[in-house]
Design a protein around this ligand. Structure first.
Ligand code: PLP
Length: 355
């Protein structure tokens, strides 16, 4: 770790903690008292500050609003029974933040600054971390370009901001999903591997169309052939086929999830056979039909594991076995939660302790 980050802290004189209803925490709508802000100017990161959460003045000409140089991260802090606070694998997010930065021609942020800025904000607003089971503090770091200039070129100035939101138990109702073979989320040579704002803008219309057809989510397939499975909405996707945990191998069209990596690591350590490889639609449909596909689920920070109840493809709906009996995914969810809430030894060193 480098020297401790020098942060100018301005505390709020009116906390909103008292008036916040912690028994009702819709995802991403309630923000803690403070936020972190830094500026990139003259080739360096500066003005590290924690200030009360609130509006910020910006020029209407800033380039992000026109050309979309923007990207983000998503991770969580947990409160343990003994009061300790941990952030789950923040250096993985720091690394990915910089991969996004490089692809979007934005400046990298030193990993220690990323992690220390998050830790400082979480520590200051630690009373905002809910302690109820399955609750946590969602952390949203993001960067965007701020040059007030309409020319298409990489901006010379940026802001890096962190917001945090107390979030409740994510109720992951088993999903009815559709294998998408018309629209694409990303393509080879594009930036699907980056958590770039534009990827999500482009996915709204396809998702809305699928919802009109009665589906909850899309399974994205490769843009070239629409023959191979890539992701589930904004989560990675996994299948249990004939006792083997199968997931698409990552490539430039697929976002490399921290949850994906954590579940694969857990599976391997428990002796579950794992295959990271191309997964064709044909294989998935075939193994749904012959009963070899016993579990399918999305994996990501927000919901951890989202079970899939049925998969639509070419007008036909294929049902999976009862997800409440899904042995692997239920076991994996429990194992991951036990680590994150400090209920078992942190055997992979995933918890970054704060304070
Ligand atoms: C964030 C995200 C994921 C999941 O990544 P985690 O690090 O596990 O949260 C997967 N796919 C997409 C497209 C994402 O944006």
């Amino acid at each position: 770790m480098t020297d401790t980050l020098e942060i100018k802290i301005t505390k709020t004189n009116k906390s909103r903690l008292e008036e916040t209803d912690f028994s009702h925490l819709p995802f991403g709508k309630i923000f803690s008292d403070h936020m972190f802000i830094a500026d990139y100017e003259d080739g360096e990161w500066k003005n590290f500050q924690i200030v009360p959460y609130g509006d910020i003045p910006l020029s209407p000409a800033i380039s992000v609003l026109h050309y979309g140089q923007a990207f983000f991260e998503g991770l969580k802090a947990y409160k343990h029974e003994n009061g300790k606070i941990s952030i789950f694998r923040p250096y993985k997010n720091a690394e990915r933040f910089n991969k996004s930065a490089i692809r979007l021609c934005a400046p990298e942020l030193p990993e220690d600054i990323f992690v220390q800025s998050i830790a400082a904000l979480v520590d200051l607003d630690k009373d905002w971390i809910p302690s109820a089971p399955d609750h946590s503090l969602y952390i949203r770091p993001y960067m965007f370009s701020t040059d007030p200039y309409l020319g298409v070129q990489p901006s010379k100035t940026y802001k890096y901001i962190i917001l945090t939101c107390p979030v409740g138990a994510y109720f992951s109702k088993p999903l009815k999903v559709k294998i998408e073979t018309t629209w694409s989320r990303s393509s080879e040579g594009g930036f699907g591997f980056a958590k770039a704002a534009g990827n999500y803008a482009g996915s709204l219309l396809p998702a809305q169309e699928a919802m009109k057809e009665g589906f909850d989510q899309l399974i994205w397939t490769d843009a070239r052939e629409h023959a191979y499975i890539e992701e589930l909405g904004a989560a990675n996707v996994m299948f249990m086929i004939d006792g083997v945990l199968v997931t698409p191998s990552t490539r430039d069209t697929i976002l490399k999830g921290v949850t994906r990596d954590s579940i694969l690591t857990l599976a391997r350590s428990r002796g579950v056979p794992v295959e990271e490889r191309r997964v064709s639609i044909a294989e998935v449909i075939e193994s749904l039909k012959n009963g070899k596909l016993t579990e399918a689920f999305g994996v990501g920070t927000a919901a951890t594991i989202t079970p899939i109840a049925s998969i639509g493809f070419e007008g036909e709906l294929h049902h999976l076995p009862d997800t409440s009996k899904a042995e692997f995914s239920n076991r994996a969810l429990k194992a991951l939660n036990e680590i994150r809430y400090g209920l078992v030894p942190d055997e992979f060193n995933w918890n970054y302790l704060v304070g």
